[in-house]
Design a protein around this ligand. Structure first.
Ligand SMILES: Nc1ncnc2c1ncn2[C@@H]1O[C@H](COP(=O)(O)OP(=O)(O)OP(=O)(O)O)[C@@H](O)[C@H]1O
Ligand SMILES: Cc1ncsc1CCO
Ligand SMILES: [Mg+2]
Length: 294
């Protein structure tokens, strides 16, 4: 840990809140409900359990809205789309908003296809509390919601399937704009954006942090990002958005480092990742490198 001394107090407060969030999840086993893709649904639920929370997967609006009454937070991931999602997801977002419920969005493959674009655009005025995506997805969402200045363009950006083609740093300005937009509409008055990659980036629109570490093996299993979104919702059940996003991303970085050492390829890596999510301590998460940036 090598924090700049002038920033020590603020970072110290944040570390204490991160440690508290990890501890609270283990002590309170909060439920985070997920409406998530069919590729990685099992990993999402298992990762939420391994982090200390509980899971429930729902798809029909009345079921999602009823379950949200007993859940601490919620998670929506648009990775795989079915015809009814086009009506269901805008309705679910609107009702979560009306009912003052917090939720995390993973805008998987943002920018691809009319249906996905329609759904993601509908979230603009009933937005999530946290967006967790890769750089390409966050850049696409910022553009879709029209948050960028009219004169700023990013010619390198294009839809990227479910994998990122953009570097995390290319998404800093977009992430800050999206975070400020989320905060404006948030039921808890605050929002956050987590951009994953080799060095993760987390911002609440005011403060921005780089989180180094993790494992490149995360890109060799499916659902590392999806399950990180689910675990972010687990933490959002007990903590404010910035703390939840930081705690989840840091837990994933520490757990994936341990899993890489213990495993022998993608199959055993996924198993080792679940074990490590379970075994990493609140102190280990809170002691991680956190680099505040502009
Ligand atoms: N090159 C890398 N080195 C270290 N960690 C990485 C690297 N790439 C991704 N990660 C980690 O993997 C996790 C998921 O991030 P990633 O950017 O792969 O999400 P994603 O593209 O949405 O994944 P998916 O869609 O497959 O679920 C994060 O914890 C991130 O820190
Ligand atoms: C592979 C894949 N396809 C749709 S969602 C998903 C999981 C990773 O985002
Ligand atoms: Mg993804």
């Amino acid at each position: 840990m090598s924090d700049d001394s002038s920033a020590n107090d603020a970072l110290g407060t944040l570390r204490a809140a991160i440690k508290q969030a990890v501890t609270d999840v283990h002590e309170q086993t909060p439920l985070a409900q997920s409406f998530t893709n069919f590729v990685t649904i099992n990993l999402v639920a298992n990762a939420q359990l391994a982090a200390g929370g509980t899971a429930a997967m729902s798809y029909l609006p009345d079921d999602v809205i009823a379950t949200a009454e007993i859940a601490g937070s919620n998670y929506i991931n648009v990775g795989t789309l079915l015809p009814f999602f086009k009506d269901a997801l805008p309705e679910i977002a609107r009702k979560l908003h009306e009912n003052g419920k917090t939720w995390v969005l993973d805008p998987v493959a943002a920018g691809i296809g009319e249906t996905r674009t329609f759904i993601l655009e509908s979230f603009r005025d009933a937005p999530p509390t946290i967006v967790r995506g890769n750089a390409s997805e966050v850049i696409a969402l910022d553009a879709m919601w029209g948050l960028a200045d009219a004169d700023s363009t990013d010619p390198t950006t294009r839809p990227a399937g479910v994998e990122a083609v953009d570097e995390v740093d290319a998404a800093i300005d977009a992430a800050k704009r999206v975070a400020r937009h989320l905060a404006k509409h948030s039921p808890v008055g605050k929002g956050a954006v987590a951009v994953s990659g080799a060095v993760d980036l987390v911002t609440d629109g005011e403060r921005t942090f780089r989180l180094p570490g993790g494992s490149a093996m995360m890109t060799k299993i499916t659902g590392a990002g999806c399950s990180l979104g689910g675990v972010t919702a687990t933490y959002l059940a007990v903590a404010e958005p910035l703390v939840a996003a930081l705690a989840a991303s840091l837990l994933y970085d520490r757990a994936s480092e341990i899993a890489e050492v213990k495993s022998d390829g993608p199959g055993s890596f996924q198993v080792a990742l679940l074990d490590a999510l379970w075994n990493v301590t609140a102190d280990q998460v809170a002691a991680s490198d956190i680099i505040e940036t502009n």
